[in-house]
Design a protein around this ligand. Structure first.
Ligand code: KMT
Ligand code: NI
Length: 172
């Protein structure tokens, strides 16, 4: 794992876009974002159990597994959005970037590699992309039924109760 401010320069979303300004684990925690490196699947199972997660699936995001829709999917994952539930992602292989909004509404890029697990709190604005290798194998964990409704950012969404609770707890 490595986290840094996104450089906001033009260029493919899959490039590193590393501004050189590092962000540490404590700063992520202050946003409600938890990071773990868990080489043993058993530790993931325990974490899931502890937080009441009952479902999971695995997704391979790559042109090989998705064919023609790959480029479309990758663009969709990169639209700024939030979920009304906490989101847990565990990287089994490859690499992915999760961008999360900082307190000042800047993008912080979190680079995740094999065995990295990230917990994003409900209501945080974020987006996802593969890197230049165009391959990530990730486990998605769900509390109940698989529910990945993504609400794309717009001014009205700022009034959403889950968003407001997030703002009150972490950004106020
Ligand atoms: C999300 O919420 O953006 C995703 O789940 C991205 C795909 S999982 C690596
Ligand atoms: Ni998401």
């Amino acid at each position: 794992m490595k986290a840094y401010y996104y450089d906001n320069l033009p260029g493919d979303q899959r490039l590193p876009h590393d501004s050189g300004r590092e962000v540490d684990v404590d700063a992520l925690l202050a946003l409600g974002v938890y990071y773990y490196n868990l080489p043993e699947l058993q530790s993931v199972n325990e974490l899931a159990e502890k937080r009441g997660y009952r479902n999971r699936d695995e997704i391979k995001v790559s042109p090989k597994t998705m064919g023609d829709v790959y480029e479309e999917k990758v663009k969709m994952f990169f639209l700024e959005h939030l979920h009304e539930d906490e989101e847990i992602r565990y990287i089994r292989d490859g690499r992915g970037y999760f961008d999360v909004r900082s307190k000042d509404d800047e993008w912080v890029r979190v680079q995740l590699d094999k065995d990295d697990l990230l917990i994003l709190p409900a209501g945080i604005y974020h987006r996802f992309t593969t890197d230049e290798n165009n391959f990530v194998h990730a486990m998605r964990l769900f509390k109940d039924e698989p529910k990945w409704t993504a609400l794309n950012r717009n001014p009205e969404l700022d009034e959403n109760t889950h968003r407001q609770e997030y703002v009150k707890e972490f950004l106020a």
